[in-house]
Design a protein around this ligand. Structure first.
Ligand SMILES: [Cu+2]
Length: 270
């Protein structure tokens, strides 16, 4: 990672992890309740917390080897129209799957220390198919994006004063709204956070993605679209992925940051 050291206080410096491997999102947040680790988030390989640069590959969907979960997980019931969060975690020191060293609880002192835009996507599993067996090869549509609302600072950033639970008051999770018109059913819900400021060079954008297993309830009768597929939903040259002008922040508000819609299709809001 690259951290703008001049922007950090001594206090935050002291709490930066000594050895970090960036971050991931193994927890969901619904109605104020933070899930257990990997309770509803599809576990992929141990490299799930490393930044992903394979924008056009299959791992861009749910992480490395994320076409099927590493082990079966539960499905979270979410009513259409509600907001769902993805809470951040550091990688455990000696490997995510080392039971003896794994920190299973959500750590409120850790936050999304990169600043960047976020987006959420959905793909419905075939009728009658369990999400643990759905490889994500169906239609995908985008349901929400989180740009820099003020044109200056990404809404989910290392310094955003949101998601205050105890402390610190930084971005500890990112929220997305499920469109009210989403038809009921079982879906993969993909969340993505990007660090586009890692030098600004081509193919240096750090991509962090997680997929939750959710069952949408309600009376939604919308037709989500436009749709796309993984792999191939986007590539490294898409301005939603590679935006050199993001580096000019924070000298002046920029429409490119305010109106960021991400790579791939436009957002379906139902
Ligand atoms: Cu990083």
């Amino acid at each position: 990672m690259k951290v703008a050291l001049q922007q950090l206080t001594l206090a935050t410096l002291a709490t930066l992890p000594q050895t970090h491997a960036h971050y991931g999102f193994p927890f969901t947040v619904l109605n104020g309740i933070i899930s257990a680790r990997w309770e509803y988030i599809r576990p992929s390989t141990t490299s799930v917390f490393a930044p992903n640069y394979d924008y056009s590959g299959i791992s861009a969907m749910c992480g490395p080897n994320g076409s099927l979960p590493l082990f079966p997980i539960k499905t979270l019931k979410v009513s259409a129209g509600s907001e769902i969060g993805f809470a951040v975690s550091p990688q455990t020191r000696d490997g995510e799957w080392d039971e003896s060293k794994n920190t299973k609880e959500w750590d409120p002192t850790f936050w999304m220390y990169h600043s960047g835009p976020a987006s959420a996507w959905m793909s419905k599993a075939p009728e009658g198919k369990d999400l643990n067996e759905y490889i994500g090869d169906g239609d995908w549509f985008k349901i929400d994006v989180k740009p820099a609302s003020d044109g200056l600072n990404w809404d989910y950033s290392s310094s955003a004063q949101i998601n205050i639970v105890n402390l610190p008051s930084f971005s500890c999770w990112m929220n997305f709204t499920i469109p009210a018109a989403t038809p009921p059913g079982k879906y993969l819900l993909r969340a993505e956070h990007l660090n586009m400021e890692n030098g600004g060079s081509y193919k240096t954008t750090e991509m962090y993605q997680s997929c939750a297993h959710v069952e949408i309830t309600g009376e939604g009768k919308g037709t989500p679209g436009p749709v796309t597929h993984f792999p191939g939903a986007f590539d490294a040259k898409d301005p939603g992925i590679w935006l050199p002008s993001a580096l000019w922040r924070p000298f002046k508000p920029m429409d490119e940051l305010k109106e960021w819609q991400g790579a791939g299709p436009e957002v379906w809001r139902g």
